[in-house]
Design a protein around this ligand. Structure first.
Ligand SMILES: Cc1cc2nc3c(=O)[nH]c(=O)nc-3n(C[C@H](O)[C@H](O)[C@H](O)COP(=O)(O)OP(=O)(O)OC[C@H]3O[C@@H](n4cnc5c(N)ncnc54)[C@H](O)[C@@H]3O)c2cc1C
Length: 410
């Protein structure tokens, strides 16, 4: 049983979110300055570390991580390998990708070793407001339960992506049962009975692949559709983005728009890992899966308890129009735009910020210009690079935020 932390009235540092980014920050901060131990709080509605991470791995039945074992929230890159000493069968090829359970157990060990078990306050921050207290700049954090916390500095580690829905899905009248059309973040494979169902999964990323494998294992027939051709890639971005090979050029680029383009090119939309694509191709050969590539839904109608779908290539895919579809899952990713973070409305007003396509232009310490608000995760990508949202991105973010947090006078 994890004890939840109590909410103080004032604090030096408030960390919003308790995902892998926040955990990485806390371990790196304590490694550099033990005396910070009693000067921060972590706020997350779950009251626990990594709740969202664990949920998504369990809901999609993901067997192992996509990133290698050196990427994790502890400052020692070898700590996970050492932890796995007697569990090497849980490190998957080609680069020792940690099994889901191994990674979970390791993170619990990290939490225990850094004595962070009871450090998450169960609270959602609704509003963040810059204030002046005795002439000094502070933040007032208002929680959804009405409680208030005053903090000198704030780090936002909330991920913050909003599920992206294709236009045709947004325009649909809500005449269908909600579980028949879901964004992937609403799908939880556990407990679903799909035998005999036909499921259309849209999107070319790894989430599509995991959902397709899970649905087929439950007896469904799956159609995977993407605007592009499904393609394989080991990691979200090329390994060069994990070191100076690519990052040097990125950091040397002075145009934020050019950096945004580099991020886009590096991630290049959704991709499947070679292992997952191989499994899917096998299922295709077994007649359990079909791919609809270079293809988009034109319209979908809920009729007689099934979806009737037409696509933009009826000449090539006429078949789909005649197939009743039981469920549509939209594995279409998320959109990140800080202009749409309601939490920040007062900050944006008082400290206007420039952005490129929704990504804020932070300073080199990932600080919002004009105030002591720091941002981690995908929203820091213009400074950190294309892997900002990943585990390694959290480490890169710490290299920038921690020196500022421990500096005198900051
Ligand atoms: C299925 C999946 C698999 C992935 N696998 C990998 C992988 O193998 N390797 C890798 O490097 N990356 C992976 N990623 C990418 C990334 O590492 C994860 O998405 C990771 O969870 C991001 O960490 P985070 O801390 O930014 O966000 P989250 O884990 O989403 O945590 C953010 C937390 O902030 C909380 N929060 C949000 N708003 C508020 C608020 N207003 N007040 C208080 N708390 C709030 C949320 O409740 C949540 O707990 C994966 C992503 C997905 C979706």
């Amino acid at each position: 049983m994890v004890n939840a932390a109590a909410l103080p009235t004032t604090i030096d540092l408030a960390i919003v979110g308790a995902g892998p980014q926040a955990l990485t920050l806390v371990t790196h901060l304590l490694q550099k300055k033990q005396t910070m131990r009693n000067r921060f709080v972590v706020l997350d509605p779950s009251g626990q570390w990594l709740q969202q991470w664990q949920h998504q791995f369990a809901a999609y039945e993901i067997p192992h991580l996509r990133s290698p074992a050196v990427h994790h929230p502890d400052p020692n890159p070898h700590a996970l390998r050492a932890f796995a000493e007697s569990r090497f069968d849980e490190l998957f090829p080609p680069y020792d990708l940690p099994g889901t359970q191994l990674f979970h157990d390791f993170c619990q060990e990290v939490i225990r070793r850094w004595q962070l078990q009871d450090r998450v306050v169960p609270a959602q921050v609704e509003h963040l407001e810059p204030i002046r207290k005795q002439g000094r700049q502070r933040f007032r954090l208002t929680l959804t339960n009405g409680e208030v916390l005053i903090a000198r500095r704030v780090v936002l580690a909330i991920a913050g992506g909003i599920p992206h829905l294709p236009t045709w899905a947004q325009a649909l009248p809500r005449t269908y049962p909600p579980e028949r059309l879901c964004h992937s973040h609403q799908v939880d494979l556990r407990g679903l009975r799909l035998s005999g169902e036909r499921i259309l999964i849209i999107g070319s990323g790894l989430t599509s692949g995991h959902l397709a494998l899970g649905a087929i294992a439950r007896g469904a027939q799956v159609m995977m559709m993407a605007r592009r051709t499904f393609y394989e890639k080991l990691f979200d971005a090329a390994p060069g983005w994990l070191g100076p090979k690519c990052l040097k050029g990125f950091y040397a680029e002075s145009s934020w728009e050019a950096r945004w383009q580099m991020i886009r090119d590096a991630r290049n939309g959704g991709s499947l890992t070679p292992a997952v694509l191989t499994k899917l191709r096998r299922l295709q050969r077994d007649g359990k899966l079909s791919f609809y590539e270079q293809c988009e839904v034109q319209s979908a109608t809920w009729k007689e308890n099934a979806w009737q779908v037409s696509c933009n290539h009826p000449e090539a895919h006429d078949c789909i129009t005649h197939m009743p579809i039981d469920r549509i899952w939209l594995a279409t990713g998320t959109t990140l735009d800080i202009n749409h973070w309601p939490l920040l409305s007062a900050i944006r007003e008082q400290y206007p910020i420039s952005d490129v396509e929704g990504l804020p232009i932070l300073d080199k310490h990932l600080r919002w210009p004009g105030c002591n608000l720091f941002v981690m995760g995908g929203a820091a990508a213009l400074q950190v690079g294309p892997v900002a949202r990943n585990l390694f991105g959290a480490k890169l973010a710490c290299d920038r935020i921690v020196p500022a947090l421990i500096k005198r006078g900051f």
